[in-house]
Design a protein around this ligand. Sequence first.
Ligand code: PHE
Length: 496
Amino acid sequence: MASELAERILSYLDQNGHVDTFDLASVFNEDHQKVVGAVKSIEALGELISSETVTRKKWTLTDEGKAVASGGSHEALVYNFIPTEGIAQTVIMKEVPNAKVGFSKAMSAGWIMVDKSAGSPLVKRKVETITDTVQEHLKAVEKELDEAISDSIKNDYKKRKLLQEIIIKSFVLRKGPEFTTTVTKLETDLTTEMLASGSWKDLKFKAYNFDALGATPEPGYLHPLLNVRTEFRQIFLEMGFSEMPTNNYIENSFWNFDALFQPQQHPARDAHDTFFMSDPATSSKFPMEYLEKVKKVHSQGGYGSQGYGYNWKIEEAQKNILRTHTTAVSARMLYALAQQKEFQPQKYFSIDKVFRNETLDATHLAEFHQVEGVIADYNLSLADLIQVLHDFFSHLGFKKMQFKPAYNPYTEPSMEIFCFHEGLDKWIEVGNSGVFRPEMLLPMGLPEDVNVIAWGLSLERPTMIKYGYNNIRDLVGPKVDLKMVMESPLCRLDRN
Ligand code: PHE
């Protein structure tokens, strides 16, 4: 216990007056750092003790010195290697570690000699026995029993890289003005009770340690879908689009279907495909003038269209649903745009959740995210749409594109978009697009020479391709492994 050590230090000081922490460590047979730690905690209590920093030098063994202390000096190893009949110097050089130093040291110590009398020179022992003083000295240093060894000898060993001098910092402790031998525990919290009773005046408080490392805060993590969404958003922003407000999952059928010239008998408006709200089941606020125009274009036609020729009912349009596409938001935005005094060309985008009553499988969930781009400008054509799609998808790293005629109630012409994925080495369907119908735009009040081109895709599909998921349930829903979220890399869609 640290406080126990602190009390031992205090009572030692009480008896001895002063002491060096370094000596204290050996008296207590404790690690010096621990003693210093206890001193710091005593100092935090007030002026119980005074301390003065002292530095001293200490000799310690290098790694080579440690090897000599345990196995013998280089010269002793050379001496011991030599048999009574002598041996060629080349063999010594080859077999004995550090033989070069060992040989010359053994020669100058007079332990060995070179006998040239018998033709080729032989190295022989010159004395019967040797005393390996170097090893003994180093052992003494190792055990800190080296006071008798002179500094000049130690400096010799330093030159031989067997010893090194290190500097040790310690503290000389003395009794302070507030000296006591008992350690009172410092208060760490100021409580209401202390304030109410006034006891805080007599209590000692622990100082803040501003050097302490705080607990590492656990950061939040972005789900791969959000990473990909950020990338898409960046691409749209770079292309000069502004984001539409998509913060309404609940929509009514009017904006989700009717405004988009989707007939009321259309199969997508069936409970098999769409989630209907039970409470509140209907909406009641609509721009009535516009609603009448929508009703008319559905039932009787207009703007050069025959319409669908059925009995359009407001009750059907009032039904609340979970929006099935973000194109409902685009419809609201285009209507709002048409209400401006003067038409200004616009580029809009949105990325948000939509809901469909689908049969769930490995690639379909009842909710997913849609990425949608919309451009309203004078005299836009299919060529403009193709150009902007090339531009958009090349930002995602797709160079080759193909289009296939498709059908949407609200666009004419309509095209499915295919891109060639170099990594997967195949054509993949990436989205749907088209030119909004006059039956949708003209009732809103947009000028006749204004066209609106638009496209949509899911956020999940590119994310699955980018992060290599085959099953959407690994990406979204209750089976998602949170570790996947924490460890998933940042997303970089390839840029051209
Ligand atoms: N709303 C379409 C869908 O749900 C996507 C789309 C948007 C198509 C805009 C054409 C124009 O798939």
